[in-house]
Design a protein around this ligand. Structure first.
Ligand SMILES: C[S@@+](CC[C@H](N)C(=O)[O-])C[C@H]1O[C@@H](n2cnc3c(N)ncnc32)[C@H](O)[C@@H]1O
Length: 262
């Protein structure tokens, strides 16, 4: 995987100095990123000792994925407007979901809801094969251009990301099955095509529930020797909180809803 070395992150000064040797990221942003990193650890959005997720967060320049006017807020504990009526999730939620997935280097990963591309950038530091689908065509084009620029500037790790414009309800069958699936838009059921494209022993993280109040589910699929499929659901937050994602929309308008797999 074309990722960078682990920066020294024992304290802020060491991190800023280490990052200035291995990247050309803005120093003030790097310092803010470190402050947010500490808050993520305190809040258990990042599990202490999970070095691969720590590295993914520390090496990803969130400011590259926000709107210009929101750069000064890139490391706030907040979701931010990215245009087209949608948002980039807050760093706490991105890292909570990423940690729940426990992505391994050879995992094939699918994201539904590319948005700004920040979540897929984090995933690109963890897996060689990240696939992401976005339904808003001009947003998909914009994010594709962001990645192109980053790769041309020498960030080879982002070659791990493959983007597609379309309705992610149907997954991305040609590139599957996936060991990990992450859904970043809210729906009232687990889409059957996504469950189908989840590999045996695969894990999906998905916000399921009504508008404004979803449970962040971790869905695990197991298949026994006779081919019997079992789906196990747990709440990533153990009932302590709900989440609020933008809706899982349909091509042609409206939102997806269904009765099965709630
Ligand atoms: C919370 S936002 C983006 C978060 C994104 N992961 C990021 O890092 O910026 C959710 C995204 O899901 C997209 N979305 C909604 N319904 C979709 C669908 N059916 N297929 C694919 N993307 C969808 C929205 O357009 C939006 O960009």
């Amino acid at each position: 995987m074309a990722t960078l070395p682990l920066p020294d992150y024992k304290d802020k000064a060491s991190f800023v100095s280490s990052m200035s040797r291995i990247t050309n990221h803005d120093k003030a942003m790097v310092a803010w990123r470190f402050d947010r990193f500490k808050a993520l650890l305190n809040n258990k959005d990042l599990v202490a000792g999970s070095e691969k997720e720590a590295k993914a967060f520390l090496l990803t320049a969130r400011e590259e994925f926000t709107l210009q006017r929101n750069k000064p807020r890139a490391y706030d504990h907040a979701f931010l407007d990215i245009g087209y009526g949608v948002t980039i999730s807050g760093p706490h939620l991105v890292m909570r979901m990423t940690s729940a997935l426990d992505v391994q280097p050879d995992d094939k990963v699918l994201e539904v809801g590319t948005g700004s591309g920040y979540q897929s950038a984090i995933l690109a530091h963890l897996s060689n094969n990240v696939n992401s689908v976005e339904i808003i065509e001009p947003l998909h084009e914009r994010t594709k251009a962001v990645y192109k620029k980053l790769v041309e500037a020498g960030n080879a790790v982002y070659q791990n990301v493959h983007l597609k414009s379309g309705d992610g309800y149907h997954g991305w069958e040609e590139n599957g099955p996936y060991n990990k699936i992450i859904v970043t838009c809210a729906i009232d059921h687990i889409p059957p095509p996504l469950l189908k494209q989840l590999a045996p022993n695969g894990v999906m993280v998905i916000p399921v529930g009504p508008p404004g109040k979803q449970t962040l589910l971790k869905v695990q699929k197991s298949v026994d020797a006779d081919g019997k499929v079992t789906i196990n659901r747990t709440d990533v937050y153990n009932g302590r909180r709900s989440v609020s994602f933008v809706p899982f929309t349909k091509e042609g308008g409206g939102t997806w809803s269904g009765k099965g797999n709630r």
